[in-house]
Design a protein around this ligand. Structure first.
Ligand code: APR
Length: 184
């Protein structure tokens, strides 16, 4: 197993694997606005967590977000059968070339997810590489955006002790490490 460096006073770690197996307080889901599931990590989380997650998402659609979850926003549900305690669902931007505010929207996914975690006094959060799959965000550009947003959010939320960046492919982890912009 490759030993990856850690960042932000060792509060950010990197790994390669299946995020549904992470025993953290919250796993972040790269959802779509419907919150009704999909492919990629969304599909994996719903499969691993079971129907309880979809039921909770439907309840959110019936109350707080009848028109769906806007890009960059985040909501929390139970995690069902997964070892994690909660799922934070966030909707990443669809990459359209990078000139339509995608970077700010992607940064909001990370910031809002960590803000919600801090509000619920959660200590450990695992993120997939939001938007870099179906939504087409280039992994190198996403690395610069996500690392800066995470470092900023960790500065603002000292109660969060651990952020795990879980990549499905080793090549994605390596690209991230080459393009991340952590300052410590
Ligand atoms: N664990 C960790 N990472 C994973 C897993 C997993 N089990 N499965 C996929 N990934 C990775 C992908 O390799 C990619 O790097 O998650 C990253 C995000 O890819 P997607 O899941 O395709 O998410 P995204 O690009 O944000 O697109 C969201 O896809 O699945 C649908 O419903 C979802 O419509 C939404 C869209």
């Amino acid at each position: 197993m490759t030993a990856f460096p850690s960042f932000v006073d060792r509060r950010v770690t990197i790994s390669v694997g299946d995020i549904t197996r992470e025993a953290v307080d919250a796993v972040v889901n790269a959802a779509n606005g419907s919150l009704l599931g999909g492919g990629g990590v969304d599909g994996a989380i719903h499969r691993a967590g079971g129907p309880e997650i979809l039921e909770a998402c439907k309840a959110i659609r019936a109350t707080a977000y009848p028109d769906g979850l806007p890009t960059g926003e985040a909501v929390v549900t139970a995690a069902g059968r997964m070892p994690a305690r909660f799922v934070i669902h966030t909707v990443g931007p669809v990459y359209g070339g990078g000139m339509r505010g995608e970077a700010a929207q992607l940064g909001n996914c990370y910031r809002n997810s960590l803000e919600i975690a801090a509000r619920r006094e959660l200590n450990s959060v695992a993120f997939p590489a939001i938007s870099t799959g179906v939504y087409g965000y280039p992994t190198d550009e996403a690395a610069a955006v996500s690392s800066q947003a995470i470092e900023e959010a960790l500065g603002a939320n000292p109660s969060i002790g651990q952020v795990r960046l879980v990549f499905f492919q080793a090549s994605d982890a390596e690209t991230f490490l080459r393009h991340q912009r952590f300052t410590r």
